[in-house]
Every structure is written in structure tokens, then in C-alpha cells.
Design a binder for this molecule. Structure first.
Ligand code: GRF
Length: 200
């Protein structure tokens, strides 16, 4: 069994998509062993509790430094023997030390076709730039912002009537599919050569 930890800060719809896929067997031989939020009031964390997951509220404001906050995360992951960390709307940067500890074992989802539009408000950046195709990317996390090796991408056409909210809603539907596909694929094994990822 591959042991997954989900980290979130908000709504948690990507977490729920992964939960559904694990439960239905679309992601086989895997289990979610922890749901962690740095925001105690994150709706995704309450949903995780309702679903009976091992949920931990690790509020970064309760720690003196990023290092101490991450030390607690590493302790929790170690205790639960976590194989992969899935960032699902986790709104805090991870330090190089943390990333290095979980090298090629942290996944993130970003609502743009990277390397276009990293950072915040990716969907609004896409609208402002006038792109005709937008989308989402699931990638491995490295020390850069939204810059690690790409696992899965899905595209969405931008319509004339779109604003950033309507575009974000359509991208979100694709995010749920893309994240499930990426988790299923990494659980099946992969290798990284430079920036390229090859699945077994
Ligand atoms: C998603 O748009 C994801 O791409 C971004 O944060 C949002 C999280 O949404 N990183 P949810 O909490 O999974 O619903």
C-alpha cells in the first residue's frame, strides 16, 4: 500500500477527488494516512474529519519559525510512514530542507499550464494575458515556485465570455481528473531524468 498524506489550507476539493478515487479503486493500492492543514478552520480539514481520516491541524502561527513548523510536519509524516505528500491548495512555501527530505515525493497542483503563470491568481493572469488555452498542471515540488518536473497537464479552452471565476471553475473540474491521474501514475512507479518524468 502506498501511504499518502494530503496537505491543504482551504476548501479541499482536490483532496475529496483523491479520496473518491482511492475509495473507488481508481487509485489502487493506496491509502490516505493523514490530512494536514496549517489553517485550523479549513473546510477541507472538517470534511476529512467527517470522513474519518487522521486529521491534524498544524497551525503555523503556533510555531516560532518555519523550521519548527516543518519539523512538526516531518515528525507527523515519519510517524505515519508517509510515501507521498500531496499538496492540495496548501498555501505555504516549503523550505529547501523539507523539499530535500521528500525529494520527488511531494506533488502539487497548480491552475495553469506551467511554466506559464506561476504564483498566485494564475487564472486571472491567464485572462489578463489573453491566452486562448489555459489549464492545470500536477508537478513534483522542487525548491522553485511552481517549477518542478511536470507529471500531468490538462487544458481548457478560454471562452470570450470567461472571467477568472468562470475559467477557474472549469479548470477545477480538470484539476480533479489530473490529480487523480498523477497520483495513480506516481504510485505505479516513475523515474525523473532532468526535468522529464517517465512512468513505469
Ligand atoms: C486549486 O485551484 C489548486 O490548483 C490551487 O489551489 C486550489 C485548491 O482548491 N493550488 P481546493 O482546496 O483543492 O478546492
Amino acid at each position: 500500500m502506498t501511504r499518502l498524506a494530503v496537505m491543504l489550507s482551504g476548501r479541499g476539493s482536490n483532496f475529496l477527488a483523491i479520496h473518491d478515487a482511492v475509495r473507488s479503486g481508481r487509485i489502487p493500492a493506496a491509502e490516505i494516512v493523514a490530512v494536514i492543514s496549517n489553517k485550523p478552520d479549513a473546510p477541507g480539514l472538517s470534511r476529512g474529519r467527517e470522513l474519518g481520516y487522521d486529521c491534524c491541524d498544524v497551525d503555523h502561527r503556533q510555531f516560532a519559525s518555519r523550521e519548527e513548523h516543518e519539523a512538526e510536519l516531518l515528525r507527523l509524516f515519519g510517524e505515519r510512514k508517509v510515501d507521498f505528500v500531496l499538496l492540495a491548495g496548501y498555501m505555504r512555501l516549503l523550505s529547501p530542507r523539507f523539499v530535500n527530505h521528500f525529494r520527488h515525493r511531494i506533488l502539487n497542483i497548480h491552475p495553469s499550464l506551467l511554466p506559464a503563470f506561476p504564483g498566485v491568481d494564475a487564472q486571472a493572469q491567464a485572462i489578463a494575458h489573453g491566452v486562448k488555452v489555459a489549464g492545470c498542471t500536477v508537478h513534483l515540488v522542487d525548491e522553485s515556485l511552481d517549477g518542478g518536473p511536470i507529471l500531468v497537464q490538462r487544458s481548457v479552452n478560454v471562452l470570450d465570455e470567461d472571467d477568472s471565476d468562470s475559467l477557474a471553475a472549469r479548470i477545477l473540474e480538470e484539476e480533479h481528473e489530473a490529480y487523480v491521474e498523477a497520483v495513480r501514475k506516481v504510485c505505479g512507479g516513475f523515474r525523473v531524468e532532468g526535468r522529464r518524468v517517465f512512468f513505469d
